[in-house]
Design a protein around this ligand. Structure first.
Ligand code: ATP
Ligand code: MG
Length: 393
């Protein structure tokens, strides 16, 4: 029955020049989401609103599900749009709409007309009254409640006439592309895909980097990360995933540094390399899935030592989350099942039995001096292995 969707977005903080960027990015993301839906659609922006018009048959549930992945949307209103053929015809259409949409007529309602086309022969007050009384004539069980109606029946008089009353909540946030780009350190775990999702939700476009360590980590582990990037791209748009061979650096650190400091030193090199790739790709920040105290390398002391190598800001959206809270989000966004597949991670292979939990920066730096001879060359070699996979939903 529905022929279009009105896309609502929260306008708070979206003013002036930003508003244009915001709407542009939103329309772009809506198109990206619709591409994977059955049917043909037209996305248009008029008078501070975005409409999706179906140009062919379409699958309602599939379309709504995909629109729900677009950050920036606060509400999705399924609409019927009809050509203006006079008041009688409009009243008829409204009655049919109510009949088909609300099986149970034991409801209160209010008609809310908006007359964007001022040459319509009745004003909005008259339309509210007249349409309301026509509905009551046909469905006497229904009642008008102007203050807290169960159903707000919107009638918008434009070039065509739009009727809607349902608003399906969208994901909120801001459209991807409206807030720059950042580089996600994406591992095969539960946390980093969630971190990427959360930053993308603030309108930030995401690139990603994965450090693998063949033959210590398998192709299946790498495929798992590609799969996770794909799940994130459902919300974040296409993701450029950089895959970096980290084996030689890891082995070199293993050979030259105290084993209980291996993880923290390795983390510092991951951040360093991620930052190099980020800067080459116009990313303005790094994103990790770290959360205070989750593991030895995420105590506040460890985070400070890791952070020290970066000049870009590091976004850690999960910093104050409990593991259970992170798991909840990952289940909601559909990454959990993939994240818990058992393939090894490059961090788990070289972990010491008793990693330092309160690393001292000066001591770490002193031990990193052991790496002086070859590390710059190894970092460059690692950067040269960069394999870029473009991942799309
Ligand atoms: P996750 O669940 O995201 O793997 P984790 O709890 O296993 O996190 P760590 O292994 O300490 O935590 O990693 C902390 C963060 O460092 C990860 O959230 C991720 O952002 C990044 N990271 C860890 N390993 C890799 C890797 N192999 N490639 C890219 N980034 C990584
Ligand atoms: Mg991990």
């Amino acid at each position: 029955m529905f022929t279009a969707f009105l896309i609502k977005y929260a306008e708070i903080g979206v003013k002036g020049k930003n508003k244009h960027l915001f709407e542009e990015a939103l329309a772009q993301q809506v198109k990206y989401a619709l591409k994977r839906c059955e049917g043909e659609f037209k996305v248009s922006r008029t008078e501070g609103r975005i409409y999706v018009h179906a140009l062919s048959e379409f699958d309602y549930d599939e379309t709504v599900d995909n629109l729900k992945t677009v950050f920036g949307i606060s509400g999705i209103c399924p609409v019927i749009d009809v050509v203006d053929e006079g008041f009688e015809k409009l009243a008829q259409t409204v009655i049919e709409y109510v009949d088909r949409t609300y099986e149970n007529k034991n409801i209160t309602f209010k008609v809310n007309t908006r007359r964007a086309r001022k040459n319509y022969p009745m004003n909005s007050m008259e339309l509210n009254m007249e349409l309301g009384s026509r509905v009551l004539d046909v469905f006497p069980e229904m009642k008008v409640d102007v203050h807290h109606p169960d159903v707000m029946l919107h009638v918008e008089i434009r070039e065509k006439i739009y009727i809607y009353s349902i608003e399906i909540p969208g994901p909120g946030g801001m459209p991807v592309g409206s807030n720059g780009k950042a580089m996600l350190l994406l591992s095969g775990g539960i946390d980093s895909p969630v971190a990427g999702y959360m930053i993308a939700k603030r309108g930030v476009k995401i690139d990603a980097v994965y450090f693998h360590a063949p033959p210590y980590t398998s192709d299946r582990a790498k495929q798992k990360v590609i799969d996770l990037a794909r799940l994130v791209s459902r919300y974040a748009g296409p993701v450029y995933l950089h895959i970096i061979n980290f084996t030689d650096i890891q082995l070199y650190i293993y050979e030259k540094c105290p084993h209980e400091e291996l993880t923290i030193i390795m983390r510092r090199y991951m951040m360093k390399i991620a930052e190099r790739i980020a800067k080459e790709n116009a990313c303005l920040g790094l994103i990790t899935g770290e959360s205070i105290g989750q593991v030895a390398s995420q105590t506040v002391q460890s985070l400070a030592v890791t952070n020290e190598v970066c000049t870009l800001p590091v976004f850690r959206p999960l910093i104050g989350f409990d593991k259970m809270e992170i798991v909840d989000v990952s289940e909601k966004i559909g990454t959990y099942e993939t994240s818990i597949l058992p393939y090894e991670d490059c961090c788990t292979i070289f972990v010491a039995k008793h990693p330092v939990t309160k690393p001292n920066l000066n001591i770490i730096k002193r031990h990193e001096k052991n790496l002086e001879e070859k590390i710059d060359e190894l970092v460059q070699q690692a950067l040269d292995t960069d394999e870029v996979v473009v991942v799309k939903w």
